[in-house]
Design a protein around this ligand. Structure first.
Ligand SMILES: [Zn+2]
Length: 367
């Protein structure tokens, strides 16, 4: 299947809410990738001697629309051998089946520090090669039915990403984008959806570069998505103050002191659970990561606000606007002055000047 032209979706709505058209290239029909990506070498479940799944594998007759990047949170091993990579796959499968009680490995694919690519959940490789179906994994909550999950061996909270792992990740993502017509901008980190630090600050910070590399490999334009920030225990500043006001607007009583302390963390965690943004963390973290707030959970506290609105949510937006250099009194009133402050902020950020604080505006305000 190498070298065949792959059509990509002409329009896709990214996390930032931006509608984007694939860029047409000279001599190509609009929406076609300039190049396809050759299949990298991927070891199948039988190659690494996987156990049989304990239940049926759900194969969806639809293409995934995004890729979610994880780290395994295992040690940063210097063993780059294939046998080590296969052992890692067996360990993850055993943990997911025996401890988490899942039917099989959670992620669709696994990438080792030595750059060995492996099928995770059974049938994922055949589905990818076919390019029309998606194996529903267990790696990112409600995203599982639309997102491919890749577990990358190691812990990238501080350590740098080995070149071998990076190169194989670019190859695998390029092949996925090519096979399924995924937008290269639709490569995300686990934390973009769930309350987790995965895939670590270092690997997460390289996602823009990963998207660009995939886009370059395929001759596709890349639109970088806007993401929600991750708050950690003890975080301070206007984002925390705003979150506290937003929680207050939802009837949750927390101190408005600008510090992400225990009471705020607990209230925020309830919102994360409600939004399906709380779940098992990646393989070797083994336990939940308490006190984190991020991803989709932000959507549970950020209502769309326009002229005439009032209260604590408006006050939160006012605090954020002021912190971004668009001063407006924090009076909780969405009057004319607020409308023009929002418009100014939107124009400065290249957004449509609607004067309404919508999802994208919130994302920019807390970014
Ligand atoms: Zn993860």
């Amino acid at each position: 299947m190498a070298l065949r032209q792959v059509r990509v979706a002409r329009r896709a709505v990214l996390a930032g809410g931006l509608a984007v058209s694939a860029v047409g290239f000279a001599g190509l029909p609009a929406g076609a990738a300039a190049r396809s990506s050759a299949a990298p070498s991927i070891s199948s479940t039988s190659d690494w001697n996987a156990r049989d799944a304990s239940g049926s594998i759900e194969v969806l007759d639809s293409k995934p629309t995004k890729i979610i990047v994880h780290h395994t949170a295992t040690p940063n091993s210097d063993d780059t051998s294939q046998s080590h990579a296969f052992e890692l796959s067996r360990q993850i499968q055993a943990f997911h089946m025996d401890s988490n009680g899942w039917s099989d490995t959670g992620q669709n694919f696994t990438n080792s520090r030595g750059g060995h690519l492996m099928e995770g959940r059974h049938k994922s490789l055949a589905a990818l090669e076919g390019g029309t179906q998606h194996v529903k994994g267990a790696h990112a909550g409600e995203q599982n039915s639309v997102a491919l999950g890749i577990e990358n061996e190691g812990t990238y909270t501080e350590a740098s990403v080995p070149g071998s792992l990076w190169d194989s990740l670019v190859s695998l993502c390029s092949y996925m984008v090519s096979q399924y017509g995924i937008e290269p901008g639709a490569i995300y980190g686990h934390r973009d959806y769930m309350a987790t630090a995965c895939p670590g600050d270092v690997l997460y910070a390289r996602l823009p570069e990963l998207r660009e590399s995939v886009g370059a490999a395929l001759g596709l334009a890349v639109v970088q998505p806007v993401s929600w920030p991750l708050l950690r225990p003890g975080a301070q500043g206007p984002n925390v103050t705003a979150l506290q006001m937003l929680l207050g607007a939802r009837g949750m009583s927390v101190p408005v002191d600008g510090v992400f302390g225990e009471a705020t963390q607990q209230a925020a965690a309830r919102v994360a659970v409600e939004r399906g943004a709380s779940g098992p963390s990646c393989f070797a973290s083994r336990v939940a990561e308490p006190g984190l707030f991020g991803g989709l959970a932000w959507e549970g506290v950020t209502p769309v606000l326009g002229a005439g609105a009032g209260g604590e949510a408006v006050r939160a937006a006012q605090v954020l606007l002021t912190s971004r250099g668009h001063y407006v009194p924090a009076d909780g009133v969405f009057g004319d002055r607020m409308v023009s402050a929002v418009r100014d902020f939107q124009v400065a950020g290249g957004l449509a000047a609607s004067g309404v604080v919508d999802r994208v505006s919130w994302q920019r305000l807390v970014a």
